[in-house]
Design a binder for this molecule. Structure first.
Ligand code: NAD
Length: 271
């Protein structure tokens, strides 16, 4: 695969969960273009193998369902046995499941399912990433949180709560792991029209075609001339994973074009 730009991750080994699609796949591409070897993992086995094939010899794929600790442990061990060590563990896999929107109608079984992937899966990834990084006294752990974990009202309760949890776990783990030379950070994207966002939107707008749904997601952007894309998150992940961020830990890097910093003031019209 042709490398472009500077190789900020030369010689590094990374494992990315949820890497068959969207942000995970885009980040795997950027990591490889920056000189890393990447183990892609996902529950979508065929798509994952296809992504690894497309990315060339520095990519490989292993099936891993993040709700199963043994599979995370196995994926981490696979990365270490293949490449001798693990430098970057990126806990990116996440889901959003539809429930009735009001908290009074909340389906707690759906809540448990979302928490199992988005929170417990991230925690297990940090646990097993740290297991192989602590002996080397270095490493980088990344997680994908979300702007929905920072302010209420942007997504369903289940998803928002899970992403607040990711930010909390990241800080808690960073506090312990800094004494082992391991940096822990997360990236919080705003809405990007990846497959799971489009599938969720389709439940609210059943007759609307995909192109229009993508436009609707891009319409959330407040930054003139810009929309949030998977590549923006991949670039943030490259920064956090690289030595450019060598003193950055316990940080939630929000990539939202200023969205969470602003609230338009609607002035009342004088009588
Ligand atoms: P995506 O659907 O393209 O990718 C998510 C991947 O996670 C899929 O390939 C899916 O198969 C995988 N996955 C789902 N359950 C899994 C499990 N149990 N074990 C392993 N893999 C599993 O969506 P995306 O937008 O690229 O999502 C990546 C991350 O970004 C998620 O954590 C998501 O919550 C987060 N995020 C996305 C947006 C957005 O608007 N797209 C915004 C903020 C945060």
């Amino acid at each position: 695969m042709l490398r472009t730009g500077l190789s900020k991750l030369e010689g590094k080994v990374a494992l990315i969960t949820g890497a068959a699609s969207g942000i995970g796949k885009e980040t795997a591409t950027k990591f490889i273009n920056n000189g890393a070897k990447v183990v892609l993992t996902d529950i979508q086995t065929d798509l994952g193998h296809e992504a690894a094939r497309d990315l060339g010899p520095n990519a490989s794929f292993i099936h891993c369902d993040v709700t199963k600790e043994a599979e995370i442990s196995n994926a981490v061990d696979f990365a270490v046995s293949k490449h001798k060590h693990l430098d970057i563990m990126y806990n990116n896999a996440g889901i959003a499941c539809h429930t009735p929107p009001s908290i009074v109608d909340l389906d707690l079984a759906v809540f448990d399912r979302v928490m199992a992937v988005n929170v417990r899966g991230v925690l297990a990834g940090i646990k097993h990433g740290a297991r192989v990084m602590i002996p080397r006294q270095k490493g980088v752990i990344l997680c994908t949180a979300s702007v929905t974990g920072l302010i209420g009202g942007l997504a369903q309760h289940t998803y928002s709560v899970s992403k607040s949890g990711v930010i909390g776990i990241m800080k808690s783990a960073a506090a312990e792991l800094c004494k082992h030379g391991i940096r822990v950070n997360c990236v919080s994207p705003m809405a990007i029209p990846t497959p799971f966002v489009i599938e969720e939107l389709r439940k609210y707008y059943p007759g609307v075609d995909s192109e229009r749904l993508v436009q609707m997601v891009h319409g959330f952007s407040e930054l003139k001339g810009g929309v949030c894309e998977a590549v923006d998150i991949a670039n943030a992940a490259v920064y956090l994973a690289s030595d450019d961020a060598k003193f950055v830990s316990g940080h939630n890097l929000v990539v939202d074009g200023g969205f969470t910093s602003m609230k338009s003031l609607s002035l009342p019209t004088p009588d």
